[in-house]
Design a binder for this molecule. Sequence first.
Ligand code: ADP
Length: 301
Amino acid sequence: GVLVVGSANADLVVQVDRHPAPGETVLGSDLRVHPGGKGANQAVAAARLGARVGLVGRIGTDAHGDLLVGSLVREGVDTSTVLRDDAPTGVALIAVGSTGENSIVVSPGANARVTDADVKDAVRGASGWARVVSAQLEIPRAAVVAAAAVAEEQGMRFVLNPSPPDPLLDPDFAGPVLPRCDPLVVNEHEARMLLGAASADDPAPLADGLLRTGVRSAVVTLGARGAVVAQRAGGTRHVPGVPVEAVDTTGAGDAFTGALAWRLSQDPDLVAAVQWAVRVGAAAVRGLGAQSAYPRPEDLP
Ligand code: ADP
């Protein structure tokens, strides 16, 4: 199984004809509220595929929190390590423009209260059933450092999706975390940001460049073009994308990473896991929304 260490947000979505300028008010569509946050998305992606999966995080005691916990439980995610916090549940305020361009304000709320002690207890408690610990960066750095350290201590594989991507350059974070990433999973934009690379057309050097940051392996997702995998021993491989009609790419990367983490908990072959995750990512772009479009095994292209 997989233990996901990460965020859960209520996504509050309104469509607008145009985005408001500072000081301005615009009218939007009726509000839609969706469960989101990278941690919850990755956990749900794995659960839909049949994984045993738990989430470690913090959610408020407010109505958004009840909604998120209810949806995680319905999806079959183990919420025994989701703590209810006095802080409000994390929220993403999303305005979707008529051209599909979003502007987003994230209020981390309870996600910012996840502690290293929460994570240590949860990872140790899951060591009997989870082989993989998967984290992102929408929770405090100290919690991610703890996840990497305790995963190693317990002999569990550690997967990191460093998104949002800026802090990798911080040596206090990079030093203890990067050498434990197997793999580091990023999209092309994040890879270029982390490496400070000028836009090269060929993505294979990006994956190789990430290996030089000290990670054990690296996966760069390439949207419709699939992904590249770089491993210290195994060289670099391009895994082609699966052609589908893309309706909404929101949350595709989270579906990919959740699927990858689950596959790695069943079989350590990274290239085989990426081949599977590319199909899951492709399925996830065929429908509107993030979690609502995540596939079951029978939905895979
Ligand atoms: P992110 O969602 O983080 O920006 P990507 O756009 O690279 O990440 O997408 C992640 C994965 O989702 C890709 O590796 C691929 O498997 C799948 N995917 C995304 N967009 C498409 C698309 N247009 N067609 C087919 N697969 C896609």
